[in-house]
Design a protein around this ligand. Structure first.
Ligand code: FES
Ligand code: CO
Length: 324
């Protein structure tokens, strides 16, 4: 396993939004190619391997009876901890300890269910505006990218595509110039400072203007920005769940300190439209995995952010030219 694979295995990933899990229903999800189930029982959520230890049947077809999960194949009952507590074919037998479904640590933060495939205790990535009452917030997604999570994050850091992919929304084809910006690196990751672009209607007032973005990349698959427009600040916390090598699911929390009266449905529809424009372009990038060999693609001065991102990932001691 390369260092970046290890880093992903040791990191937390947002596997679902809380509102996707109805009470006591079972959901199947994929994380780093591994099939998992989540089930919610009251306020608790458990994340298990999608495999019954008896004969390997998928537990996503299980039923929930009280606080037990019943395997669809031979009806073994598992308690919330994943321990088999009843074997219908042998009702008097005490199930052995090793009849235990593998479970994974999970936590609920920002109304998302985060899962970690290791026992490592790294913190959940920070969403700075989460506790700031000056910002209204809403969650957008899930956005399904047919590409690696790293391509999705790099797309998020790239403002030079705005006038083309998002012409009329986030940019203007006639004003595509990207100004110089600076990059800092510290223990918390990467910071892109003062990335300036022109936008047709940056703060919902109907008039165009120059905006600046301050980005921060705190984890391989979590990045955020604060956009400064004359009418206020808008932040996006973007976190991506690597479902497989060449597929991922993204979530965006949007936080804004203006436009309290703008209907949420309208704001969400705007973001959905923006991301729907990104999805086919990102899916079209070949290879789907992000090349970390800097010679593999051609860089322009405006690509400083993506170069820094690739270098930063490389410095997690990547040994391969491509990764998840
Ligand atoms: Fe699950 Fe047999 S495989 S009970
Ligand atoms: Co875009």
């Amino acid at each position: 396993m390369s260092e970046i694979d290890r880093a992903l295995h040791e990191d937390w990933h947002p596997i679902a939004a809380l509102n996707e899990l109805e009470k006591t229903t079972i959901q199947e999800r994929c994380l780093l190619g591994k099939s998992l189930i989540l089930w919610r029982d009251g306020d608790r959520v458990a994340v298990w391997e999608n495999r019954c230890p008896h004969r390997g049947a998928k537990l996503s077809g299980a039923t929930v009876t009280g606080d037990r999960l019943v395997c669809p194949y031979h009806g073994l009952h598992y308690d919330r901890a994943g321990q088999c507590v009843f074997i219908p074919a042998h009702p008097d037998l005490k199930p052995p300890d090793r009849l235990h479904v593998r479970s994974y640590p999970c936590q609920i933060h920002y109304d998302l269910i985060w899962v970690n495939l290791s026992k490592n205790n790294v913190p959940i990535p920070e969403f700075r505006e989460w506790n700031d009452p000056n910002y209204r917030k809403f969650l957008c997604g899930p956005y399904v990218y047919e590409s690696s999570g790293f391509r999705a994050i790099e797309n998020f850091l790239d403002v030079s595509h705005f006038p083309f992919v998002h012409d009329g929304l986030l940019g203007d084809r006639d004003r595509p110039r990207v100004e110089e910006y600076t990059i800092d690196r510290d223990r918390d990751g990467l910071k892109l400072n003062n990335v300036g672009v022109w936008q047709p209607d940056p703060d919902g007032t109907g008039s165009g203007g120059r905006v600046t973005y301050d980005y921060s990349v705190s984890r391989p698959l979590t990045a955020s920005f604060v956009k400064h427009a004359s009418g206020g600040k808008l932040a996006i916390f973007f976190t991506v769940c690597p479902t497989a090598e060449e597929a991922c699911v993204g979530w965006m929390w949007i936080a804004m300190n203006y436009g309290q009266n703008l209907p949420e449905a309208e704001l969400r529809a705007f973001q959905d439209r923006v991301v729907r424009q990104d999805l086919p372009i990102v899916a079209s990038q070949h290879p789907k995995r992000l090349p970390l060999d800097l010679k593999a693609e051609i860089h322009l001065p405006c690509d400083r952010a993506s170069i820094a991102y690739r270098q930063w990932l490389r410095e997690l001691n990547i040994r391969f030219g491509t990764l998840w």
